[in-house]
Design a protein around this ligand. Structure first.
Ligand code: 0A1
Ligand code: ZN
Length: 852
C-alpha cells in the first residue's frame, strides 16, 4: 500500500504553468482566517504551452470563491486540491483568484498557519503552503510574492521588504522569486532586539530578532551570531544579503530547529534565546550554528533552490557543510570536526546501518517530511567535504562561484551541482555520484606491509546491501594519510590517496624504518575503518599524531576496543587505556576542549552499533555495566589529580560564551563527573550551589544524577526555573537521561503526569519521550516497558502532530541489532502502531519501512 502512494524521482515533470506574481491578503482570526489569493499565471513553454488542466494543491481549505480573469467558476475541490479544466482557461496568461477560510487555532500539526502562545506563525517546508491557500506547492514553481496582513496585533510580518503599514495592517513585497515553501507570515505581540548591518557593497539592512515581551534580554548572542554569519558569507563565499530587512522570530511551538523563509527566518525559541543563566555552552554553540545555517540558506536554498524534494540534499548538505565551516572558523576546527563526526556516527551511521537507510538523494518517498534526516543533512555535508578534498580548495571555490552564477534564481538538481565541478576541474564525477544515489556506510579494511624501505597500504572496500539496494559499486574514497616514524616524528605529511577500486594498494618508498600510518585523517571519508592495531600503537598515535582528529580517534579506538572486550569477555580496564588517558587529561599543552572530548566515554548506543557491526549481539545491560565500570576505573586512576585540575580551570570574572572559556568549563565538568564517582558528590553539590551560569548548574546536577544523588538539587532547580519553558526542558530530560536502566520507564511515566508535561509542545515531548529513547539501557530494559511507553505516546501524538511523532519513531530503527526477544517485542510494537486506525501517512511510512 505504501508502494502505491510513493512519489518517484523518475516521474518528474515540469509544472504545466508558470506563476509570475502572487498577491495574498490575510484577514487573521483564530478560528476563521480568510486568505485571498491572486495568481498571475501562464502556460509553461517547457510543457508545450497551453492545453493543460490547472491542478492546484490544497488541504483543509474551505473554498469560498474562485474566479478566472474575474469570471466566477463553480468550486470543484477535492481532498488534496483543485482542478480547473483546460476548457475553462484562456490560451495565454490569466489571473486566478481564490478565497479560502482556515482555522489556525486548531492547527496542532504546526504546519501551514498555526498559533503559538497567541501568536500567528507559519511553517511551509516542505508542503505546508497547501494548507494556507490553493497553489502549485512544489519547489520548482518560483514566483514573486506580495502580501497584505490584516489583524489586530502590533507586529505583522511577512517575507521581503516592508511596503506600507497602518493600524491593524501591513504590506510586504518580496522582489526575489521563490517557491511557496519559503513563504512566511508572523503576527503577534512581539518585541524586537535590533541592530544595523551594512553589506560589503553598501546596502543597509535592518536586523531584527522578534520575541515575546520579556525575552528581549536573551537575544544578544543570536544577533551577534547573525552578524558574524553575514560577514563570513561575504568573506568566504562572496555572498551578500539582498533585502532591506532580515527578520528572525522565536516561537515556542515548532517541529524542527528553524526555518529559512526568505527574509523572515522562524526559529524554535530554544535556538535563539540565551543568557548565561539559562543557556549552556552547548546551547550557545548550537544557536551560533543554527543562526548561521538558516542565514546561509539565503543563497544555498533560497536564491538557488531545489527542483524537487529528491534534491533536498542540494540545499541541506551544502548548507550544513557551510555552517560547519563557519563554526570551525569561529571556534576550533579540530574540536568541531570531532563533534561533527561523533554526531554523524551516532545518527547517520545508525540510520545507514538499519532499516531506514536511504540514499543522500533518494529515488522515492511517501511523505517528504520523513526525509529530513541525518543522511540528507549530515552525510550530504560529508559528500561535499569529500568533493572538496578531491578537487582541492581552489577548484572548490571556482566551482561554487560558477554554481552561484549559473543557477541564481533557479531550482536546481544534483546533476547541475556536479556539472559545475566537472566543468571547473575536467574530472568525470560519474563514479563519485554513487555517493548520492547509493545508501549505506562503506566498510574500509586496511592492512599494511613494509619491505626494503617500501611501506604499502592495502585497502579493501565493502559496500553493504541496504533496503532496496542489494548490490552497489565501489565508491570514490579520499583517504588522507600521514606516516609517523618510530620516534613519533611525521615522516610523510598528509597526502590524500584516491581510492576508486574495490581493492587498492598505495606504496611509499624510501623509508628508513617501518612507519605507523595515521589513516583517514580528519575523517576524510564517511566510512567505517577496520584495522587491526595493537593497543600500544593506538596509544602511540594518541601521543604523537599531528592530525588532531586522528589523535582523538586513536584514544577513542583504544576506549572502544577495551569496552568491547569488557562487554564480551568481562575484561578489566588495563593500563594501556588508563595511562594514555591520564597523560592526555593532564597535558596542559593540549586544548581543554580537546581533552574533554577525550574523556567522553563511548556511548552505549555507539557500542551497540560497533558490537553489532563486528558480529556480536549487543546486550544493553552488559554494555551499560561495562561502561559504568570503565568510568569508575578512570575515576579511581585520576582521583588524586582531579581537584587540582578542577581548580586550575576556574574562570575568574563574568561568564563569556566563547570557545576558549567553554572548553575550560567542559574539561572542568568532565573532571567533576569523575570526582563525583569518588567523593560521593561533595564537590558537585558545592558547584551546584555556587553556580552562576546554566552550564555549571546543569553540569553539576548531571554529576549528581549520574551517581544516583541530586534529588534536593532537582527540587531546587525546578523551583527556580518553573516558569522557563526552555530551561524546564532540561529538567525533564536530565532525570530520564540519568535514570538507572530499571527505573527509566517509571521515571518517565511519572514525569508524563507532571502538570508541566505539555505533550503537545514538541520540545517538551522530545525532552521526555525522546530522553527515554536516548537512555539506551533504560529503553531496552527488561520486558519492554519502555518500548510500550514510547509507542503509546507516539500513538497519542500522531493524530495531532504526525510530523514530530513520525520523526521520533526512529527510536525503534535499531531493532535488528538486538536479540530475538527484543526483536520480537519491537516488532510487536511496530505492528501495533501499523494496525492503529487513522494512523498518519507519516507514521505509516516509518513503521512500514522499519518492519521491512
Ligand atoms: N529547512 C530547515 C528545516 C526544516 C525542515 C522542515 C520543517 O518543517 C517540516 C521545518 C524546518 C532547515 O534546514 O533548517
Ligand atoms: Zn537547512
Amino acid at each position: 500500500m505504501t508502494e502505491a502512494l510513493a512519489i518517484r524521482l523518475a516521474d518528474y515533470q515540469p509544472y504545466t504553468h508558470l506563476v509570475d506574481q502572487v498577491s495574498l491578503t490575510f484577514r487573521l482570526a483564530p478560528t476563521a482566517t480568510r486568505v485571498k489569493a491572486r495568481l498571475d499565471l501562464r502556460p509553461n513553454p517547457a510543457r508545450g504551452g497551453g492545453g493543460h488542466d490547472l491542478r492546484l494543491d490544497g488541504e483543509g481549505l474551505r473554498l469560498l470563491a474562485l474566479a478566472v480573469d474575474g469570471r466566477a467558476l463553480a468550486a470543484r475541490s477535492d481532498a488534496t486540491g483543485l482542478t480547473i479544466s483546460a476548457a475553462d482557461l484562456p490560451d495565454g496568461p490569466f489571473v486566478l483568484e481564490t478565497e479560502v477560510e482556515i482555522a489556525p487555532e486548531g492547527n496542532t500539526a504546526l504546519e501551514g498557519l498555526y498559533m503559538s502562545n497567541g501568536m500567528y506563525c507559519t511553517q511551509c517546508e516542505a508542503e505546508g503552503f497547501r494548507k494556507i491557500t490553493f497553489y502549485p506547492d512544489r519547489p520548482d514553481v518560483m514566483a514573486r510574492f506580495r502580501v497584505r496582513v490584516e489583524g489586530d496585533l502590533p507586529v505583522l510580518l511577512s517575507n521581503g521588504n516592508p511596503v506600507a503599514q497602518g493600524p491593524g495592517w501591513a504590506e510586504w513585497d518580496d522582489p526575489w522569486p521563490k517557491p511557496a515553501y519559503l513563504f512566511a507570515l508572523v503576527a503577534g505581540n512581539l518585541r524586537a532586539h535590533s541592530a544595523p548591518f551594512r553589506t560589503k557593497s553598501g546596502r543597509d539592512v535592518a536586523l531584527n530578532i522578534w520575541v515575546r515581551p520579556g525575552d528581549e534580554g536573551r537575544c544578544a548572542y543570536a544577533m551577534d551570531s547573525l552578524i558574524r554569519s553575514m560577514l563570513w558569507d561575504e568573506q568566504v563565499y562572496g555572498r551578500e544579503y539582498d533585502l532591506d530587512v532580515f527578520n528572525i522570530v522565536a516561537v515556542d511551538d515548532f517541529n524542527m530547529g528553524a526555518m529559512e523563509n526568505k527574509g523572515l527566518n522562524i526559529f524554535n525559541s530554544k535556538f535563539v534565546l540565551a543568557s548565561p543563566e539559562t543557556a549552556t555552552d552547548d546551547d550557545f554553540a548550537r544557536i551560533e550554528a543554527i543562526i548561521a545555517h538558516e542565514y546561509f540558506h539565503n543563497w544555498t536554498g533560497n536564491r538557488i533552490t531545489c527542483r524537487d524534494w529528491f534534491q533536498l540534499c542540494l540545499k541541506e548538505g551544502l548548507t550544513v557543510y557551510r555552517d560547519q565551516q563557519f563554526s570551525g572558523d569561529m571556534r576550533s576546527h579540530a574540536v568541531k570536526r570531532i563533534e561533527d563526526v561523533l554526531m554523524l556516527r551516532a545518527r547517520q551511521f545508525r540510520e545507514d546501518q538499519g532499516p531506514l537507510a536511504h540514499a543522500v538523494r533518494p529515488e522515492s518517498y511517501v511523505e517528504i517530511n520523513n526525509f529530513y534526516t541525518a543522511t540528507i543533512y549530515e552525510k550530504g555535508a560529508e559528500v561535499i567535504g569529500m568533493l572538496r578534498r578531491l578537487v582541492g580548495d581552489d577548484a572548490y571555490a571556482r566551482a561554487l562561484d560558477l554554481y552561484f552564477d549559473r543557477h541564481d534564481g533557479e531550482a536546481a538538481t544534483i546533476e547541475d551541482w556536479l556539472a559545475v565541478f566537472e566543468e571547473t576541474t575536467g574530472r568525470d564525477l560519474a563514479q563519485f555520484k554513487r555517493w548520492y544515489t547509493e545508501a549505506g556506510t562503506p566498510r574500509l579494511r586496511m592492512t599494511d606491509d613494509f619491505k626494503d624501505g617500501s611501506y604499502t597500504l592495502h585497502f579493501e572496500q565493502e559496500n553493504p546491501a541496504t533496503p532496496g539496494q542489494p548490490v552497489k559499486g565501489a565508491k570514490v574514497l579520499p583517504i588522507a594519510v600521514g606516516l609517523l616514524g618510530p620516534n613519533g616524528d611525521e615522516v610523510v605529511p598528509t597526502t590524500v590517496l584516491e581510492m576508486t577500486e574495490p581493492r587498492q594498494s598505495f606504496r611509499f618508498d624510501g623509508l628508513p624504518a617501518r612507519p605507523l600510518a595515521s589513516v583517514l585523517r580528519g575523517f576524510s571519508a564517511p566510512v567505517v575503518l577496520i584495522r587491526d592495531l595493537r593497543p600500544e600503537d593506538r596509544a602511540f598515535l594518541l601521543a604523537h599524531d599531528t592530525d588532531p582528529f586522528n589523535k582523538w580517534e586513536a584514544g577513542r579506538a583504544l576506549a572502544k576496543d577495551l569496552l568491547a572486550r569488557m562487554v564480551v569477555t568481562g575484561a578489566q580496564p588495563g593500563p594501556d587505556w588508563l595511562d594514555a588517558l591520564e597523560r592526555v587529561t593532564l597535558d596542559d599543552s593540549l586544548d581543554p576542549a580537546f581533552r574533554a572530548l577525550c574523556l567522553r566515554l563511548p556511548s552505549d548506543d555507539d557500542m551497540a552499533q560497533t558490537l553489532h557491526a563486528s558480529g556480536h549481539v549487543p546486550d544493553p545491560a552488559a554494555i551499560y555495566a561495562a561502561r559504568r565500570r570503565m568510568g569508575a576505573a578512570l575515576a579511581q586512576r585520576l582521583a588524586a589529580g582531579l581537584p587540582g585540575l578542577i581548580a586550575s580551570l576556574a574562570e575568574p570574572g563574568p561568564f563569556t560564551p566563547d570557545a576558549r572559556a567553554a572548553g575550560r568549563r567542559a574539561l572542568r565538568l568532565a573532571a567533576l563527573a569523575l570526582l563525583s564517582r569518588v567523593d560521593g558528590g561533595a564537590a558537585a553539590r558545592a558547584a551546584f550551589a555556587g553556580a552562576d551560569n546554566m552550564t555549571e548548574e546543569v553540569g553539576a546536577l548531571s554529576c549528581l544524577l549520574d551517581i544516583g544523588e541530586g534529588q534536593a538539587e532537582l527540587a531546587r532547580f525546578e523551583a527556580r526555573w518553573r516558569a522557563d519553558r526552555n530551561v524546564m526542558d532540561k529538567w525533564f530530560a536530565l532525570q530520564i537521561a540519568y535514570a538507572a536502566p530499571e527505573r527509566a520507564a517509571d521515571v518517565t511515566r511519572a514525569l508524563t503526569a507532571h502538570p508541566d508535561f505539555d505533550w503537545k509542545n514538541p520540545n517538551r515531548f522530545r525532552s521526555v519521550i525522546g530522553a527515554l529513547a536516548g537512555n539506551h539501557a533504560g529503553f531496552h530494559h527488561g520486558e519492554g516497558a519502555s518500548y510500550a511507553l514510547v509507542a503509546d505516546w507516539l500513538l497519542r501524538l500522531d493524530p495531532l502532530n504526525p510530523q514530530t511523532a513520525a520523526r521520533m519513531s526512529t527510536a525503534f530503527e535499531t531493532w535488528p541489532r538486538y536479540d530475538a526477544d527484543r526483536q520480537g517485542m519491537v516488532r510487536a510494537v511496530l505492528e501495533r502502531i501499523l494496525a492503529t486506525e487513522g494512523l498518519s501517512r507519516d507514521m505509516r511510512e516509518m513503521a512500514g519501512r522499519m518492519l521491512g
